[in-house]
Write a new protein. Structure first.
Length: 355
């Protein structure tokens, strides 16, 4: 997503030992030769190919064909290698986009206007109710009323979470460098902070939603956010779970279509989402999250997926059926992550200071 293009600028500089340039003019990819969480070098190769190969080329085409225009020339000759750290169990892509490549990705592969329209389409009643339920759980955990709560929305995007938090009465802050996004944030009551201000501030809730899977240096960003937690506050992480990605790769290799194009109607194959080429660079599990938490004096308090409440509107039959379907999907997802394979790997974590 476009706002995560901006987040890379907030992170520490990416690794530089080995770069690749499709055109020979500017580096578009950089290799991560150590684990980006624990810096370990005991790595296992789970999958190795190139962006030119039929499965990866097809997967990329499938994922972006309805979003923008893929320029395969920028990917020519680039390795697509998936590694696993034997120390912290993180699964990650070896080659990651540089800021130059991210410019192409989020301005060409993904049409910003189409992304904006998509984000607007997600501002539904069910979504607002669901977000409010999840934020409500965090408020119960810290024991504060919304009016007394400060929240940092790291990964602001188009304000899907921030709008609800502001509406509940929280004091909401975010980081952003795009003038358009800054103006938009201010228009909905969000205060934008620069890096220097972020270092000085402390927040009751530090909220990240689908952020850490995109970062080239997640350990550096985690350290920065850990320093932002106020006494008694929490850091919330949500990202795609590893799920069955190891087993899927071992059995099927990689697939030449994206679960996104099929609206995640493909069962266990949905777990390929954990390693989305170009975007989902890291796939965390509880073990890798706990390592980061322990390093900064935090403890993982829960692996619960979160609230699954939705509003069932009986006044309209179509609305009722739509809400019921949404409710059933959320309930089944909660059951799957709690009782299914790898149930400790939920993809959602709440972290707090050790007592």
């Amino acid at each position: 997503m476009e706002h995560l293009h901006r987040l890379q600028a907030v992170a520490a500089a990416p690794p530089t030992p080995e770069t690749f340039s499709a055109s020979g003019e500017s580096p578009l990819f950089v290799a991560r030769k150590h684990c980006p969480v624990c810096d370990g070098d005991r790595l296992t190769t789970l999958y190795e190919s190139t962006y030119d190969s039929p499965p990866i080329r097809g997967h990329v085409e499938s994922h972006y064909r309805s979003q923008g225009q893929v320029d395969h020339a920028l990917l020519r000759g680039v390795d697509f290698t998936i590694l696993e750290c034997r120390d912290c169990a993180l699964i990650f892509q070896k080659m990651v986009p540089t800021p130059e490549m991210m410019h192409h990705l989020y301005d060409r592969f993904i049409d910003p206007e189409k992304l904006k329209a998509y984000e607007q389409s997600r501002l539904t009643l069910d979504n607002h109710h669901d977000v409010a339920a999840r934020l409500g759980r965090l408020l119960l955990r810290i024991g504060k009323e919304p009016k007394d709560t400060t929240l940092l929305d790291f990964g602001f995007g188009y304000g899907r979470w921030a709008r609800v938090a502001v509406g509940m009465g929280m004091k909401v802050f975010a980081t952003e460098i795009s003038p358009e996004k800054i103006a938009f944030a201010r228009s909905i009551g969000v205060t934008i902070l620069d890096e220097a201000e972020l270092e000085r501030r402390r927040f009751d809730i530090v909220h990240t939603e689908q952020v850490f899977e995109h970062l080239t240096d997640p350990a550096a960003v985690f350290a920065m956010l850990a320093r932002c937690i106020a006494p008694g506050g929490v850091l919330k992480l949500a990202m795609p779970r590893q799920g069955r990605i190891r087993q899927l790769i071992a059995r099927h290799g990689f697939i030449d279509w994206s679960p996104y194009e099929r609206d995640f109607r493909c069962g266990a194959f949905n777990d390929y989402n954990a390693m989305l080429p170009l975007e989902h660079l890291n796939a965390f599990c509880r073990r890798s999250v706990e390592l980061l938490a322990d390093r900064h004096g935090l403890v993982v308090e829960t692996g619960s997926y979160g609230g699954s409440a939705v509003l069932l509107d009986a006044a309209d039959r179509g609305r009722l059926l739509a809400s019921a379907r949404h409710s059933a999907r959320r309930l089944l997802k909660d059951i799957y992550v709690r009782l299914g394979p790898g149930r400790a790997d939920t993809g959602s974590y709440v972290l707090a200071r050790k007592p």
